[in-house]
Design a protein around this ligand. Structure first.
Ligand code: ATP
Length: 344
């Protein structure tokens, strides 16, 4: 089912949690809503679910205006950060619940419900644990039950709100891979809320980056990472270094120093953004030159913080070797890939 959020605004007591946002979610895609705390991710998810009503604007499920429909009418599968499993029910009963409470006219026969629930437990790799209670499972296993329960009703849309937020880093990584596999097998239209950019980059077909109740950019992980549309997105997705520069007749300058890179258009003050790994070491004057301030290990490389222009600016670059800090450690480099934004 494709979902169209059209000019939706949401206020809480006159506070605009969402300014007019529009978003087309394609049938079968996994889209991640990504942004810092308070950017409006959960509000947008709750509006899609039908747990909140828009102050203005509409939400379409396929061609149908769903704005006034309830959660049940929209047929939503939900997984939250804190497992909302029923504690007094077994795992099998939890997964069967959504089908058992259906009105008689749409409820499958008991045998069919059981068969479907067992199939889903197999899909989430929990076969054999169906008689256990939630308290007898690990956090990761409980989230897998929650997903099986959400899938049992064959939802039109699956909504996941920080589903792995409460789990430790390793379990998170495993569940991420696993969710991607399940998604490929089941193909549900899925909206996933996270503030973890690594999780979003790895999992999603497309990212929707949000800030202060607005959508900043929507695109594939590659597009958003390689061509961020704003300084906010550049800084939020991946590591970034930023310098205030001037563009003059196609050349980029930091103060009175030419950087040896050219700008196709634009003139005057600008912000230069680049990623720590997108640099090359160079000789000569047309380059950035700095003194090593700090150096630390990041995975297989060293992340080195350089002071430029007499300590007036700091940037981070990645080097394949260690460098002692101090005046004697001067490094000249040039960004290999960069983005210029107008300085506003
Ligand atoms: P987080 O990552 O912290 O969950 P978020 O991006 O999901 O943040 P929302 O929960 O959507 O952000 O909140 C967006 C803004 O709307 C916040 O400023 C929040 O305080 C406000 N807000 C959300 N729900 C309500 C509510 N029920 N009443 C009043 N204000 C609310």
């Amino acid at each position: 089912m494709d979902v169209r959020v059209s000019h939706v605004r949401k206020e809480f007591d006159r506070f605009p949690a969402l300014h007019e946002v529009s978003l087309d979610i394609k049938s079968g895609e996994l889209i991640a809503l990504l942004g810092p705390s308070g950017s409006g991710k959960t509000t947008l998810l709750r509006l899609i679910a039908g747990l909140e009503r828009p102050t203005s604007g509409k939400i379409f499920f396929g061609d149908t205006d769903a704005s006034e429909k309830s959660v049940q009418e929209r047929n939503i599968g939900f997984v939250f950060q804190h497992y909302a499993l029923f504690r007094h029910m077994t795992i099998l009963e939890n997964v069967s619940f959504g089908l058992k409470v259906r009105p008689r006219s749409t409820r499958p026969p008991a045998g069919e419900i059981r068969r479907r629930a067992m199939e889903l437990l197999d899909l989430v790799q929990l076969s054999g644990l169906e008689k256990r209670y939630p308290s007898q499972l690990s956090g990761g296993q409980r989230q897998r039950v929650a997903l099986a329960r959400a899938l049992a009703i064959e939802p039109a849309v699956l909504l996941l709100d920080e589903p792995f937020g409460a789990l430790d880093a390793q379990v998170r990584r495993e569940l991420r891979k696993w969710l991607r596999e399940i998604h490929e097998r089941t193909g549900h239209t899925t909206v996933f809320v996270t503030h973890d950019q690594e999780e979003a980059l790895e999992l999603a077909d497309r990212l929707c980056v949000m800030s202060q109740g607005k959508i900043e950019q929507v695109g594939t992980p590659d597009t958003v990472y390689d061509t961020p549309s704003s300084p906010f997105v550049f800084g939020f997705i991946g590591e970034s270094s930023e310098l205030p520069v001037t563009v003059e007749r196609g050349d980029v300058w930091l103060g009175d120093r030419p950087l040896g890179i050219s700008a196709a258009d634009g003139q005057g003050p600008a912000k230069l953004f680049f990623r720590p790994h997108d640099i090359e070491l160079v000789e000569g004057d047309a380059a950035l030159r700095g003194v090593v301030a700090t150096s630390r290990r990041v995975g297989g490389t060293r992340r080195v913080e350089l002071e430029l222009g007499g300590a007036s600016h700091r940037v981070e670059i990645d080097l394949p070797f260690d460098h002692p800090a101090g005046e004697r450690s001067q490094i000249s480099f040039r960004p290999k890939r960069w983005t210029l934004f107008p300085a506003t």
